[in-house]
Design a protein. Structure first.
Length: 301
């Protein structure tokens, strides 16, 4: 009799697919929050596996800051087309135009914080009762507190001290009118797990994750991309460097890594050798020690 030994990636995949199917079973109008980053891409491919040969039964929701990398948007559109899923885009620019949020000014201005209002408005407009995100517990200390099923009140707020127990993988999706859940199917994955799974499954990725030449400038030890809306200080000089993205967000806060990694194997080797976390170069996380937790309490991803 033959035996089949599960690898740790098989076990993580199985756990995540179980969570995704629980979402389909417990909620009426779920959606996938899609940033175009590696985590949301893997989560989307897991959803594809979970319901194959049927199509993914959830729409993809992208909150467009208007300051995204073009490579991310091109990848998003191609993925939506190839999978045949519905795409819903929430626009931060529309939120600014409508007076819902006020755009930041100055050298460190970013639209990243403004996404929260746009996201909550998009959830309300489409009556989503659950939104799946690609957050992982190893990314940041606030995300380490998050359960798989994260309850949000009628204002979209998160209370980390009042989360429901999840014993024996029993998930409680009960809620009152106006409340919703954020669900994180790949909570137990690490950055290394994500890249090893991408390699194992041969998942295509946005080109920006691989080494390429880009005009950048250095601000407080972080390499940032030059863009028309990026205001440079007098001492900051644009220069052409060989870089890649390790994590993808709004251009204004996404730090780039000096790298020559041009294959998945090289990226995995680079991650294995680094001592800096992937969000260590995210300017939005560096605004304060509790920046991520404060944003999550207000309704952030």
């Amino acid at each position: 009799m033959s035996t089949y030994n599960l690898t740790h990636l098989d076990e993580l995949e199985s756990e995540s697919i179980f969570v995704i199917r629980e979402v389909a079973a417990q909620f009426e109008r779920p959606a996938i929050l899609f940033s175009g980053g590696k985590d949301s891409i893997v989560m989307t491919y897991l959803a594809k596996k979970a319901f194959w040969p049927a199509k993914v039964p959830f729409p993809l929701v992208h909150i467009d800051t208007g300051h995204n990398f073009i490579e991310t948007l091109d990848y998003r559109d191609e993925l939506v087309k190839s999978m045949g899923v519905k795409l819903i885009v929430g626009s931060v620019q529309e939120s600014i135009d409508q007076g819902r949020v006020t755009e930041e000014k100055g050298y460190n201005a970013s639209r990243n914080l403004l996404q929260t209002v746009t996201l909550l408005d998009t959830i309300e407009k489409n009556k989503f009762d659950c939104c799946m995100g690609g957050g992982r517990r190893d990314e940041e200390k606030a995300r380490a507190k998050e359960r798989f099923f994260s309850h949000r009140d009628e204002f979209g707020q998160w209370d980390p001290k009042n989360q429901r127990p999840e014993l024996w993988n029993i998930f409680n999706g009960r809620k009152h009118m106006g409340e919703h859940f954020r669900v994180f199917p790949i909570s137990n994955w690490t950055e290394m797990d994500v890249w090893q799974y991408i390699l194992k499954e041969n998942i295509p990725m946005p080109s920006i994750y691989y080494t390429h030449q880009r005009e950048v400038f250095n601000r407080d030890g972080t390499w940032l991309a030059v863009a028309p809306f990026m205001k440079l200080k007098p001492t900051e000089v644009p220069e052409l460097r060989t870089v890649r993205c390790r994590t993808i967000g709004d251009i204004s806060c996404t730090g780039l890594t000096l790298s020559t990694a041009n294959t998945l194997e090289e990226i995995i080797g680079e991650i294995a050798a680094t001592r800096v976390t992937e969000r260590g170069s995210r300017a939005d996380d560096l605004r304060s020690e509790a920046a991520m937790e404060d944003r999550k309490k207000e309704g952030y991803f």
